[in-house]
Structures are given as C-alpha cells and as structure tokens.
Design a protein around this ligand. Sequence first.
Ligand SMILES: *Cc1c(COP(=O)(O)O)cnc(C)c1O
Length: 523
Amino acid sequence: MNAINQSGWKPEMGNAGETAPATFTGNKALMLEEALIFEIGTAATTGVDLADAPKVAARLGNLERHRDIGLPGLSEPETVRHYTRLSRQNYAIDLGFFPLGSCTMKHNPRLNEKVARMAGFADVHPLQPVETVQGALAVINELAMWLIQLTGMHGVAMTPKAGAHGELCGILCIKAALAARGDPRCVILVPESAHGTNPASAAFAGFSVENIPATSEGRVDLAALTARLGPDVAGVMITNPNTCGLFERDMKAISDAVHAAGGYVYCDGANFNAIVGRVRPGDLGIDAMHINLHKTFSTPHGGGGPGSGPVVLSEALSPYGPLPYTARNADGHYTLIEEETAQEYHPHSFGRMTAFHGQMGMFTRALSYIMSHGADGLRQVAEDAVLNANYILRSLEDVLEAPFAHSGPCMHEALFSDNGLADGFSTLDIAKGLIDEGYHPMTVYFPLVVHGAMLVEPTETESKATLDQFIGALRSVAERAKAGDPSLKSAPHHAPRRRLDETQAARKPVLVWREPEQLVAAE
Ligand SMILES: *Cc1c(COP(=O)(O)O)cnc(C)c1O
C-alpha cells in the first residue's frame, strides 16, 4: 500500500525519520506546547476588575467557603489562547477518520446543525405553555412516528437521554409489567458479548444478572440460553448486531423461547445503524429496544455533545412506558400527557425518566437527518456501513487475526485480536502506533470475549480513499508489531506527549497542580 495521503504527501518528500533540532520554546511550528492553567496563572493575579461582592447572610451552613480556593487569575486573551491551544490538540471527526468501534463516529451533516440552531427550536423552554411550543411537539411526534415505522414497534418513549438511560427505561417497563401481573421474576440473562451497560442497567433496576456464553461463531448460544429459561427469568438483554459485529441470526427463535417461558426480550439497539431500513426489530419479537439517536442518526456526541436514547416498545410493554409524552389530538393539536392526565390516558406508566421532554436539540438533528435521507437513503446508510466494515475486515485479515471472519460477513464493525503479534507486543502498541500515523485508535480490549480485541467501525460516511489509507496505516503498524519492532513499544513518538503510564494516570490523577507547601499554606 502506498503511503499517499489526501494532501498528496509522499515519503520521498522528506521529513520522515529526519531528526529536527529542539526549539527554544518546545513548540514545533504550529504544534504548541501548553502548560497547565495552574502553571500559567496564579491566584494573586486577576483578569477582571470587579467590585467586591456585597455581604449577604450565609445560607450554606458548613458548606460555606472560608478560604480562597486558589483559582488562577488569567486575562481574557490568556484564557482564550489556553483553551484554543488545548482544543487544537484534540482529535475530532471533522479532522479525520475516527474508527472507534461501538461509538459510530460518523460525519454530522451541517444541515442538522443549521436546523437545530433555528431560534424556534433552540430557544424553546420546557416550561413554556403548550400552545406556544406546538412546532417543537410536532417535531417530537414526527420523529416518534419515524422511529416506530423504522422499527415496526408499537410505541416509543422519547425522553431517555442516552443509550444506557434507554436500557434502564426498557428494563423499568419490564419490571412494571411483571409487577402488574404479580410476577416475582428477578433474573435478567445477558450474553457474554453484551455491551457493559446492559448488565449495569439490569442490576441498577434491581435484577440479578446471569451470563449466557457465546458460541465459537461469536453469537449467543441458543441452547445454553433456552436451557436457562424458567419461572425466575424476567427477560434477556441481547445486543443486535452484537458487539462482535455480527447479526444474531437466532433472534426470532430467542424471542419465541423467552416469550414461551414468560419473559421479555430487551434488545440493545445502539447498533441500529447497521440494519436500519433492512430489518424491523418488531418482526424479531423484541419487546423493548433503545435507539442511540446520536449514533444511528448522527449528531455530535462523546466529548462533543449530548446523547438521546428513545426506547421503542412492543404492544405488551407500551402501557408501562414513562411520562411525559406527546400526543396528537384529532384536531391536529399537540398535548403533553403528564401526571395530571396520566390517570385518564396512561394509568400504568412506571413514572418519569427525566424532568422534561428529552433532548430537543437531538430530536431536531435526528429528524433533519432522517428526512434528508428518506427511506431509501436510510437503507443505504446501513448497506454502506456494512460494506465499509467488510472491506476493512477482508483487507486486513491476512495480517491481523480476525477471530470471527469464519462466521460470515460482519455487520458495521470489523473485529480483530492480538493473536500472532511478536512476544511482548499487544493491542496497546498497535493503538499507540496508530496515533503516530495521525489516527484516533479503534476501540481496544472490547468486546471482552476476544483477547486483545480491536474493534474498527468505519461507518458509511468514509470514502474508499480514506479507508485505503487507514488500511495501509494499520497494516504497516500491525506488521511492525508482528516483526517485534522495538520502536513501536515506545510509540507514540510524534504526539504532543509520549506514552503515559495509563494505570498511574487512572489511579492517581493529578487534577490540581499546586506545590504541597502552597496547599498547606492555603489550609
Ligand atoms: C454506545 C452503546 C451503548 C451506550 O450508549 P450511551 O448513549 O453511551 O449510553 C450501549 N450499547 C451499545 C452496543 C453501544 O454501542
């Protein structure tokens, strides 16, 4: 693979391997060294000139602050430069390919942003009178209709604010449905390959969680699952497509068996982007499934924005869904069903997930995304996401072990393991090597079912040229890891910082930089 990037740079143009003299500042041209804010400013200086605040009676009791907390006082230009410099060291989807598996880091169309910033949407307040927010409620309702249509389900709860929040909502619906029939079932079965949030959500709702093994194909072991079903099993939580990047082909058989045994089926639908427009989860017998609007239907997420996790519900679970929700009257007017009206319209609701109506900014973005793609465009999203992942899987399976390559085509993610690297070399070395190549690493060490997992999610918004360059880079780093190239063990070499002791960084984070004697003096 030729190392030609999109700017047309080639190795023979120089730079590579050249040792540059150190600079006086530590800066490397536009790669600027930036000190911690506590090293730049001191508590003694201030960037603003404000009169002392008038004394007021303390209402905080012993929470009242009695001493200065030593925040650095920077001037406005110093502050602006500090944060702008730091922001330039961030990696972002607008800068480059972001193959973080499970996270669906795809391009966020600017049209969505434009729509979300329209004053009529951006400036609405959740406590405004309902007559003044009819347009906003129409957006929520229209999006709800699309989600129901795309999933073939009966109802949808729009308020959950992230995927994991949606899981909790679905599990609480199951809990309410069981309580309504006086059924004390308390076990939720979760396969080994589940996303970590699944067992956490079930445990948080008070269920005990039991593992179901995966087959050598990377799918749920149907025989093991059906063998475990019984009168104590409240339900299962299955991620489909699963975290090995595979479609759970037995989903309908699983649902039928769970229903026959009196349980409910929760599907983690965070990976809906791989099947949207192709598969309707309702046809697979699913009772509840969250959709990550921020993944499947774009919108900036992670460090860059909020999430939204609407939950589609089967006919059996819809009566237990949360309040409030939007309803369209016969006259075309929208109302909100809240506690006051619930007794009449929605008496079995388990309660509330949020104070208000969900993430309005996400709803507008997701609806803009859905309507600009249309039904055919959404189907193509799934097809292209799957095509791109299979291109990566097949282009690299000769150099990296792909543990489930024999299980048929993957869905939207390609999964590799660290099997076959030189002694002492691991997935971490490959991830660090990719940083030197200018990429955010893929998801590493997840899913747990694969040793040294590397989960690559290319998404549908990347061009073949981008994929080819990434494949070239990953191939080159993987070959170095297989050959035992010692320089890879200390990568990254070209990043602002060299390899950190990650255990130390996680266990002993230095959150405030102050000399110990300053701390003592401040006491
Ligand atoms: C992202 C993801 C989640 C969690 O979603 P959040 O919005 O981060 O809470 C759950 N399951 C799977 C499979 C995911 O990819």
